[in-house]
Structures are given as structure tokens and as C-alpha cells.
Design a protein around this ligand. Structure first.
Ligand code: COA
Length: 260
């Protein structure tokens, strides 16, 4: 299969998926989300692939979020659909993949980028990485599972603060929060992920796929939270704050929220 926005490489039993829109800091547009879905589906069916690494192209960003230019004019209905479809075909899809997926966070992982990293089974970051969920600075909320997975990983209070402040944390802070498992240099990031992936590949893939299912099952009581997130995310698209937040980003100015 050939792709426009992602690259796939395979070495021994390890596949690497690289999101390849460096000029847009690898922001996730509709095409990238669809291509990622197809790639993961394909790799899951490839019995030679025992682990998958996901990373961003270039030295600056893993993924700087969902592509704001694509949804700035969306209605409430379109907003809800955006979140629901994205969760279904990419974020929940990766979380429930039977092949282990490691996020190699090589720079900015913001909004949908951090949500993508959080959907992966675990994360390794380079020391230049910066992570956050800045959606409320645009007048919207995380819509790709961020309100559910961030508190699962770092605890409710830290998630509340990160989401409310729209702030970014460093790789070291993310490690101290349990959001990433390891921090290394940018140069060593992919070698370290490959080393871990190789270790995984020596174990039973069947047993690992059952372990993924069992671990995920412990978090399934949050299913209504995901539905609530989709509803609330859609509702943001009917607010003046959302229009102002996204317009200000695209105009490259600071937002002045009307509060309605
Ligand atoms: N959606 C669409 N385009 C994006 C993007 C996003 N989420 N993030 C970055 N880009 C684009 C910029 O518009 C810019 O495009 P241009 O060169 O055509 O103008 C390009 O990527 C480079 O980004 P720029 O903002 O110039 O880089 P920077 O180094 O000054 O800032 C960030 C880096 C990550 C701090 C900044 O790009 C940013 O805040 N991005 C949005 C993050 C966000 O809110 N994500 C959540 C979305 S829900």
C-alpha cells in the first residue's frame, strides 16, 4: 500500500510508522488519520510484525495536534462526528490493537498528538519533547480520548491542571508523571525503542495480545466518559469562543475569548 502522509519501514520483526508532514509539524489531518488506520490494520495482519513504533518526521515534532485548519469552520454536528470517527478509526483502534505499539515522542506532542501517543501501549520520549493538551486555548476540549486517557495515566489532579492551563510539560516532567516510561536523547530515541521492541518480539505474540486485552479491560468502565467527551467536544463547535480560538490561531494572534 502506498501513502502520502506517512512512511512505513520494517526491520526484522519491527515496523516503524512515521507521520510525515514536517512542514505542518505532522498535524493530523483527515488523510493522515485514514492512512494511519489503514497502516495499523495492515501491520496488525502481518504476522511477521511483532511490534510497531510510531514517531514523527523531523526533529521538532511528534505531532502538533489535529489539523486546526480543517475543523475551524465545523458545526456542532461536524465536531461530534470528527471526535467520534477519529476515536473509532485511530485512537481506540490503536489502543485495542493486538500488536504492541510504542510511541517514540520526538518533539511536540500536543492535542491530538499527545492523544495519539496516549493511545499507544506505552511511550518513550526524547529530551526535547514537550507534551500538552492545549485545546481549551482554542475554545474546544480534547476530543480524541484525551480527557479519559490523561487522567488514567497521570491522575485526575494533574490531568485537570494540564488541560485547564493548556500548558506544556517537559519530557522529564512527563516521566515523573508516568506519562512516558523513558527519556533519552533524540539520537538514541529510535534505537532505544527498537531495543525494547526487539525484547518484546522474543515473547509470545499471542500471550501479549491477551495481555493487552486484559489490561485494557480494567479501564473499560470509562466508556461513558468517552461518549461524554464526544458530546462536549461537539458542543464547543457552537460557541463564539471556539470561533475566536481557532481564527486567532490561523491568524497567528492571541485569542480574546468572548466567553460564550
Ligand atoms: N494544525 C494545523 N497547522 C499546524 C498545527 C496544527 N495543530 N500545528 C502547527 N501547524 C502549522 C503552523 O500553522 C505552521 O504552518 P505555516 O508554516 O504554513 O504557517 C507550521 O505548522 C509550523 O508551526 P509554527 O506555529 O510556525 O511553529 P512554532 O515553532 O512557532 O510553534 C507550536 C510550534 C507547536 C507551539 C505551534 O505550532 C502550535 O501551537 N501549534 C498548535 C498546537 C495546538 O494547539 N494543538 C492542538 C490542536 S487541537
Amino acid at each position: 500500500m502506498s501513502y502520502n502522509t506517512i512512511l512505513i519501514t520494517k526491520k526484522a520483526a519491527i515496523a516503524t510508522v512515521t507521520i510525515n508532514r514536517p512542514k505542518k509539524l505532522n498535524a493530523l489531518n483527515k488523510e493522515t488519520i485514514k492512512e494511519l488506520h489503514n497502516a495499523f490494520k495492515d501491520l496488525e495482519g502481518d504476522k511477521e510484525v511483532k511490534a510497531i513504533i510510531v514517531t514523527g518526521s523531523g526533529e521538532k515534532a511528534f505531532v502538533a495536534g489535529a489539523d486546526i485548519s480543517e475543523f475551524a469552520n465545523f458545526s456542532v454536528k461536524e465536531g461530534k462526528k470528527l471526535a467520534a470517527k477519529g476515536q473509532e478509526i485511530l485512537f481506540d483502534f490503536i489502543e485495542n490493537l493486538s500488536t504492541p505499539v510504542i510511541a517514540a515522542v520526538n518533539g511536540f506532542a500536543l492535542g491530538g498528538g499527545l492523544e495519539l501517543a496516549m493511545s499507544c501501549h506505552f511511550r518513550v520520549a526524547s529530551d526535547n519533547a514537550k507534551m500538552g493538551l492545549p485545546e481549551v486555548s482554542l475554545g474546544v476540549i480534547p476530543g480524541y480520548g484525551g480527557t479519559q486517557r490523561l487522567p488514567q495515566l497521570v491522575g485526575k489532579g494533574r490531568a485537570m491542571e494540564l488541560i485547564m492551563t493548556a500548558g506544556m510539560i517537559s519530557a522529564e516532567q512527563a516521566k515523573s508523571y508516568g506519562l512516558v516510561n523513558h527519556v533519552t536523547t533524540l539520537e538514541e530515541l529510535l534505537p532505544l525503542c527498537s531495543k525494547i521492541a526487539n525484547k518484546i518480539s522474543n515473547n509470545s505474540s499471542v500471550a501479549i495480545s491477551y495481555a493487552i486485552k486484559a489490561i485494557n479491560a480494567g479501564f473499560k468502565n470509562t466508556v461513558n466518559g468517552y461518549e461524554q467527551e464526544i458530546k462536549a467536544f461537539g458542543a464547543c463547535f457552537g460557541t463564539n469562543d471556539f470561533t475566536e480560538g481557532t481564527t486567532a490561531f490561523l491568524d497567528k494572534r492571541k485569542a480574546d475569548f468572548p466567553g460564550s
